[in-house]
Design a protein around this ligand. Structure first.
Ligand code: HEM
Length: 428
């Protein structure tokens, strides 16, 4: 057992942070080439991040005791927006309680209940795509995933409240390092541009609390949205503030992630005619397994979130190193997903990898793992299949330019650099 931290760059934390924010995939690939499977990145704020990509090391982290491997602590920056009760911010007992409350709204039966609404919203969005000229499908995907969250998760219907909420949520989810700074230092909230974000969040909260009050007064037993399910199962145990925190969390965690994953899926399909043809056939015959395999393969090739961090609360042995309390251990999706030892011909777009036997644990981790694995994984795959089905039964796709777009860091996600520009034409 080695007691020192794993090797890493000697560059100052400021430079490593700047590289991490701008050329993240290149930085991580280079560090793995230089230092091997386990290396240390130093980021501003005294953050020591031990990056892992070998499946056995990743399994060690995801199977770790929740009291020692804190994920909530790693998401602390989101606390001012998500709130102190959020399933994403809390750890240990409090996290477990939130997770248990939310789980039934994401189980198989619940997901089946969301299918029709997802399909209708997907059809409506895809019907507005321009044809025969390039457009940014990422923007269209942001619209459809927001609509799905607002209606399927929040259960909102047309009316002035939904109209008021829609642009405010777009502003809220447009998190950048500058707005995040305002959350970390509340004193800044009195100054522009932070005053605008603080006002926006207050208004979002006001609209949400109104919705919660109305829903508490209504009969929700026959309703299928996530908020109504929470109210009918545990309405009396949950305060309005707790409900608000969980709902905002689902919104922030589920909207842009799925939109970006769909944008990359269309990016790849438009450049791979044989896979496009198979996917169109799957759409025509309602073969959801194949459509989900297409989405999973796009998530393998273009993971949306690269680091899945845990903050160690005590000295812990990981990957043969004895790491001090406070170290962040971070399984890395990009490095795990492109390792030829675990994915044959990793550069190829092959949805068939996801049909049949599941991949070994720790080799495909776009949704993280263990007790913190993404709560919306099944939800987003179903949503992606619904959008793919709607688009592929209607259109042929080709790229606006053949050269692939590069992955541009946007906060913690990696987005297609030109918005995933494609050309859709009606199928003959
Ligand atoms: C393709 C789309 C998505 C991707 C790539 C994604 C990815 C992730 C990742 C990497 C995590 C951290 C997991 C970990 O720490 O082990 C996470 C957590 C989470 N995600 Fe997702 N997510 C997606 C969609 C969604 C959707 C649609 C929802 C809800 C509607 C959602 C809700 C959550 C929640 C609540 C957590 C926190 C879970 C916990 O801490 O217990 N996500 N997601």
């Amino acid at each position: 057992m080695v007691t020192a931290l794993p090797p890493g760059s000697r560059l100052p934390a400021l430079i490593q942070t700047a590289l991490f924010m701008t050329v993240r995939p290149h930085l991580l690939r280079r560090m793995r080439r230089l230092h091997g499977d386990v290396f240390t990145v130093r980021l501003l704020g005294s953050k020591t991040v031990v990056t892992l990509s070998h499946p056995s090391h990743i399994r060690e982290v995801f199977a770790g005791t929740p009291a020692v491997f804190h994920a909530g602590e790693g998401n602390e920056i989101l606390r001012p927006v998500m709130g102190p009760h959020s399933v994403m911010i809390t750890d240990e007992d409090e996290h477990l309680r939130s997770r248990k409350l939310l789980m039934p709204a994401f189980n198989g039966a619940a997901l089946r209940g969301y299918g029709d609404m997802m399909a209708d919203l997907a059809e409506a969005n895809v019907g507005t795509w321009p044809t025969g000229r390039p457009f940014e499908v990422h923007e269209a995907m942001n619209e459809v995933t927001l609509e799905i969250i607002l209606r399927v998760v929040f259960g909102m219907s047309d009316g002035p409240r939904l109209t008021a909420l829609r642009p405010r949520i777009r502003t809220l989810t447009d998190i950048n390092p500058i707005t995040a700074l305002g959350w970390s230092y509340p004193a800044l909230a009195k100054l522009p541009p932070w005053r605008g974000s603080a006002d926006n969040l207050r208004e979002v909260d006001r609209l949400l609390y109104e919705e919660i009050t109305d829903r508490r007064a209504a009969d929700v037993t026959a309703r299928r949205d996530v908020l109504s399910r929470l109210l009918s199962v545990a309405g009396t145990d949950l305060t309005d503030a707790e409900l608000r925190d969980q709902m905002i969390t689902l919104l922030l965690a589920g909207h842009e992630t799925t939109a970006t994953a769909l944008a990359w899926t269309f990016h790849d399909l438009s450049r791979n005619e044989p896979v496009l043809r198979k996917a169109q056939q799957a759409a025509d015959t309602d073969d959801e397994d194949y459509l989900q395999a297409v989405a999973k393969e796009a998530l393998r090739r273009h993971p949306i979130i690269q680091n899945v961090p845990r903050v160690l609360t005590e000295h812990t042995a990981i990957a043969g190193h004895h790491l001090p309390a406070g170290t962040i251990v971070a399984p890395n999706t990009t490095l795990a997903h492109e390792d030829p030892a675990h994915h044959e011909a990793p550069g190829e777009f092959r949805p068939e990898r996801f049909l049949g036997k599941p991949l070994p644990l720790g080799t495909w981790i776009p949704f993280g793992g263990g007790v913190r694995r993404c709560l919306g994984a099944g939800f987003s795959l179903k949503e992606m299949a619904a959008v793919l089905r709607a688009a592929l039964t209607r259109y042929d796709l080709r790229p606006a330019r053949q050269a692939p777009e590069f992955a541009k860091p946007r906060n913690i996600t990696l987005i297609p650099s030109r918005g995933a520009r494609i050309i859709a034409t009606p199928r003959g």
